[in-house]
Design a protein around this ligand. Structure first.
Ligand code: ADP
Length: 665
């Protein structure tokens, strides 16, 4: 019983039988035991608040990590592409500066020869070594102009040792240099023989900027003066002006002297200290020009030396990538600018692509991780289910063995019971036979009496028949033989009834005609009834009443009931027994009523108990107990009650049979 209940329980919830570890058990304190029911994928535990909380938290952490990775990747991509772009632009700037530097060097090299050559010219030495005459000045001026024009320089002039210009190629022009004192000019002060000294300045006469090249004139170690040439840097400016991106040259003080953006010219890239301004004023390098500070701010300096600068242009403020290099010969710095917008645009593109890739990779990792966890859980779940299944099988096997044992026990018990029932039946049969034998014993006297009479008659008739045969009275012989035959038939009927009563029942239940059984019982008891002067009144129904029972047994019951009725009423003056039968509802009813002593309460209480009898000598006390048992065996009942007018009535109730009697013999 227990095994069956457990099996039914197991069968009802197979998917909950095993458990797998919850992936969040280490984080939540595992108040639930850290396990989820097997068969229930944790992915689908949407109704569990704790699981949903951790799932949300994990998602947010993954999202934050993805954002962080995207930002870092974007930033790294941006930086790398930016650096590559800046390096590329720097390389371009370097090439531009190479070209410019080459042009400059070529120019300076070309024109640097001019003052050195002039300084060793006999005409110049001769002119400076002697006091000047008007003719000599005119002559040297012409020569200087010729030289200046053929070389393509702005001006060529001679300075005496005191710093006064004594001859000049522009002697005939309005703003002639002749007579000017340039002793304050560094190129004059620093001029050396056999070498060319360069210096950038704005002319004090014509306010024209230019590059001055000077070489000292000496004769036998005596300083006679200086030959100076003024160059325009137009060629360099022309070279840069053609370019779409600005370029400039600044002096050591950061003042722009050459620029492709005219607005920047003579502006300072940084505020100049007062001492520098005073020095500039003194040297008149920029001819008293006001040196304004340009809108120029270095934003970032890169590793390759280039830097990001924000500069004000006539069109507005712009950001440039700048690269510079010193030009030592000119004591200047060359700076070329380029638009970094394209670099930044490409870098931003790469940054977005890198960020997107990183975010995608993070999302992919998240999905793969979730899938890995899910697969691991599913495998664990499958294993748990398998383990649970195995456990269940073992349990079922154990329960089956238990059941088998219980079944064996039951079977043994059933066979024992069957054996006991059989024994009981055989015991009952024996009892019935015993009771029957008792009845037969009672009947035998009557039957013997019944048989004695025909036997005496038979003896007489047969003796008579012999005599009538000797007389040849065949008619009387035939008559006697006919009577003998009738008597034999009657005796046969009597013994047949007795045999029928005493015979063992087949136990076969079938439709039994009640009337025949009543007649049989009354016939068996006929002698006793006659002897005791009992009147038996039969009250049959209108038709034939058939009930379901064993006819032999029913007859035995009726004999028993009528015998008891005879016993109870035989002492009366007019004993009267009434046997009635008929159908009532679904049942067939047979009543045996007597007008005897009736049933006391004490008798009633034990009436159907075995071995209960009030009869001193003849009773066994089994008749009613066996009769009641027989009737119960047919699905009926045997009851007894007192009659209102005295005596008792025993009532047999049996199921009605639909067919006519078939089992009746
Ligand atoms: P037995 O006839 O051997 O005594 P029974 O079982 O047939 O055994 O009867 C039991 C007892 O029931 C009888 O001894 C008698 O006291 C009582 N009894 C049976 N039938 C009747 C009846 N018709 N009227 C009064 N008493 C009866």
């Amino acid at each position: 019983m227990d095994a069956l209940a457990v099996n039914a329980k197991q069968a009802r919830m197979p998917t909950w039988a095993g458990q797998v570890p919850c992936r969040y058990r280490h984080r939540c304190g595992a108040r639930c035991g850290g396990k989820v029911p097997a068969g229930l994928d944790p992915v689908h535990l949407t109704h569990l608040e704790c699981v949903m909380t951790f799932r949300r938290r994990d998602f947010l952490i993954s999202l934050a990590l993805a954002v962080l990775c995207a930002v870092v990747a974007g930033w790294a991509g941006y930086k790398m592409v930016c650096a590559a772009g800046i390096n590329e632009q720097h390389a371009l700037a370097e090439r531009r500066m190479d070209i410019a530097n080459e042009t400059l060097e070529r120019e300076i090299e070309k024109y640097g020869l001019l003052p050195r050559t002039a300084a060793v010219s006999p005409n110049v030495i001769d002119f400076l070594s002697r006091p000047a005459t008007a003719e000599g000045v005119a002559e040297i001026n012409r020569q200087l102009r010729t030289l200046n024009d053929s070389a393509g320089t702005l001006q060529t002039y001679l300075v005496d040792p005191s710093g006064r210009i004594v001859a000049s190629s522009n002697w005939s022009e309005k703003d002639s240099f002749i007579g000017r004192d340039i002793s304050y000019r560094p190129y004059f002060q620093n001029a050396q023989p056999g070498r060319t000294t360069g210096y950038y300045a704005v002319g004090t006469t014509g306010d024209a900027p230019g590059y001055f090249l000077a070489s000292a004139v000496e004769d036998g170690g005596r300083r006679l003066g200086v030959v100076a040439v003024k160059l325009g840097l137009d060629q360099l400016e022309r070279l840069w002006l053609g370019q779409p991106e600005p370029a400039l040259m600044v002096d050591d003080n950061g003042i722009v002297v050459v620029s492709s953006v005219p607005d920047w010219k003579f502006g300072a890239l940084r505020p100049l200290p007062a001492a520098t301004l005073a020095h500039l004023e003194a040297s008149q390098q920029y001819n008293h020009r006001e040196i304004r500070t340009l809108d120029w701010k270095v934003l970032t300096t890169f590793r390759n030396g280039s830097f990001l600068v924000r500069a004000g242009t006539p069109a507005g403020t712009a950001t440039y990538l700048a690269a510079g290099r010193p030009v030592p010969d000119l004591h200047m710095h060359m700076i070329v600018l380029s638009e970094p917008r394209e670099v930044y645009r490409v870098a931003w593109g790469w940054a977005i692509a890198c960020a997107a890739l990183a975010a995608l990779a993070c999302a992919l990792l998240h999905v793969l991780n979730m899938r890995r966890l899910s697969i691991r859980e599913r495998l664990a779940m499958r294993e748990a289910l398998q383990a649970s299944h195995d456990r269940l099988e073992i349990l079922v096997e154990a329960r089956s063995a238990e059941l088998r044992r219980a079944n064996e026990g039951l079977r043994r018990e059933v066979s024992e019971r069957i054996q006991a029932v059989k024994q009981l039946q055989s015991f009952q049969e024996e009892l019935i036979r015993t009771e029957n034998l008792a009845v037969i014993g009672q009947l035998s006297a009557g039957i013997a009496h019944e048989i004695n009479q025909p036997l005496a008659a038979l003896s007489t008739l047969s003796a008579n028949a012999v005599r009538f045969l000797e007389r040849n009275d065949l008619a009387t012989v035939r008559l006697n033989l006919g009577r003998i035959s009738d008597l034999v038939a009657r005796m046969g009927a009597l013994t047949g009834q007795l045999r029928s009563f005493a015979r063992r029942s087949t136990g076969e239940i079938g439709a039994t005609a009640v009337g025949l059984r009543v007649d049989g019982a009354v016939a068996l008891l006929a002698h006793r009834l006659t002897k005791d002067g009992v009147v038996v009144e039969l009250l049959p129904p209108g038709g034939v009443l058939t009930v379901l029972c064993d006819p032999v047994r029913l007859e035995q019951v009726l004999v028993n009931l009528i015998s008891n009725a005879v016993d109870a009423s035989s002492d009366l003056r007019v004993p009267h027994i009434q046997v009635s039968w008929g159908a009532e509802g679904e049942s067939g009813i047979i009543r045996v009523r007597d007008n005897g002593i009736g049933l006391t309460d004490a008798v009633k209480a034990h009436l159907f108990e075995p071995f209960f009898t009030t009869k001193k000598t003849s009773g066994l006390g089994l008749g009613l107990a066996i009769s009641a048992d027989i009737i119960r065996g047919f699905g009926g009942a045997l009851t007894a009650d007192n009659n209102p007018d005295g005596g008792a009535t025993f009532t047999i109730t049996l199921p009605l049979a639909e067919q006519k009697e078939t089992c009746d013999a």
